[in-house]
Design a protein around this ligand. Sequence first.
Ligand SMILES: NC(=O)C1=CN([C@@H]2O[C@H](COP(=O)(O)OP(=O)(O)OC[C@H]3O[C@@H](n4cnc5c(N)ncnc54)[C@H](OP(=O)(O)O)[C@@H]3O)[C@@H](O)[C@H]2O)C=CC1
Ligand SMILES: Nc1nc2c(ncn2[C@@H]2O[C@H](COP(=O)(O)O)[C@@H](O)[C@H]2O)c(=O)[nH]1
Ligand SMILES: [K+]
Length: 346
Amino acid sequence: MRIETDFKLDFKDVLIRPKRSTLGSRSEVDINRTFRFRSGIDWTGFPLVAANMDVTGSMGMAVALSSFGAMTALHKHYPVEKLIEFFGREDTSNVFFSLGTTESDREKLAAVKQHARIDKICLDVANGYTEKFVQLVSEIRDENPEAVIMAGNVVTGDMTEALILAGADIIKVGIGPGSVCTTRKMTGVGYPQLSAIIECADAAHGLKGYVCADGGCTVPGDIAKAYGAGADFVMLGGMLAGHDECEGEIEYEERDGERVAVGMTFYGMSSDTAMQRYSGGVAGYRASEGKTVRVPYRGPVTHTMQEITGGVRSMMTYIGAMRLKEVPKRTSFVMVGAQLNNIFGS
Ligand SMILES: NC(=O)C1=CN([C@@H]2O[C@H](COP(=O)(O)OP(=O)(O)OC[C@H]3O[C@@H](n4cnc5c(N)ncnc54)[C@H](OP(=O)(O)O)[C@@H]3O)[C@@H](O)[C@H]2O)C=CC1
Ligand SMILES: Nc1nc2c(ncn2[C@@H]2O[C@H](COP(=O)(O)O)[C@@H](O)[C@H]2O)c(=O)[nH]1
Ligand SMILES: [K+]
């Protein structure tokens, strides 16, 4: 047994220190960034990604976020016909095709590729530390030499490097920080998300790779901190749940004779709910590592996206970063014991 005694940080442990700047307005900053991937593909946009979860990784979300220049990783449970139709019809430069480790996921990708161009792939597993996963990344790279490949999840520099060397362009970072995740509770495994981003970004950038901070953002300021820590992309589940563009039943209540939308169910992809839906239950040797919650109904995602982009723009003027790419260089974090005044709620 060994103990690492460095203190590792989460979003809640830091604030970003303001710096003098020449920027006069939040309209002057550019939240878009251009990436050149080693496959040769360029992408320009606001590097935010809707998570490949049933509720948020929807085709409706993909269309809505695209209008903000942001991305969506579709969930992996769409039937092949629907994917062929979608990838054939829409501009999909902001859309990831997601797959896990099963042979049927790969067959689906192959089938869709016969009809449409797939140039962004998200290879997503709970535990990115297995040799099998490294092997899978390298096979998917061989089969898709021109695609941008995002792969994860991991939380340390060594595994970030291994997956980039195996062929991934973007490493997805986060084990256990998610809003409907119970991995830390069930397994005791995890890593504080801000430190994970800092350490994985350092490793990835040294190899000309990128990182996507996945999970744990609860407010726009957490997204700002993720960019400050070196995240090239930020993935959101919970913050995008509850909107019209999500997949899932909206719940209604009668209020004063009127039927009003009040909530929506949101669940982890490793929860009982997901396992009942896709695997006919929880296998005997494992436990669920996700929960099912009811989130308030929040209307169209546009308003939430405006809050997010507005928050990021404002952060950039506070630290004098004209472009998103400059944010980590301009970021000094201060460690804090408390950060929010909750007298009227959070
Ligand atoms: N970022 C995070 O912290 C987490 C994210 N998730 C999300 O939920 C989705 C579904 O997860 P899930 O159904 O658990 O599995 P995955 O779909 O990620 O992985 C399944 C494969 O990995 C093997 N595996 C080995 N060790 C583990 C482990 N510790 N946890 C999970 N699988 C393992 C499984 O074999 P076998 O079943 O035989 O063990 C199976 O072959 C993931 O794709 C991810 O999006 C889930 C948990 C954590
Ligand atoms: N441990 C688990 N993690 C999960 C599960 N379903 C999804 N996830 C991860 O969470 C993020 C989204 O995080 P959020 O804080 O923005 O909501 C998602 O991308 C996955 O990596 C799960 O069942 N268990
Ligand atoms: K998680």
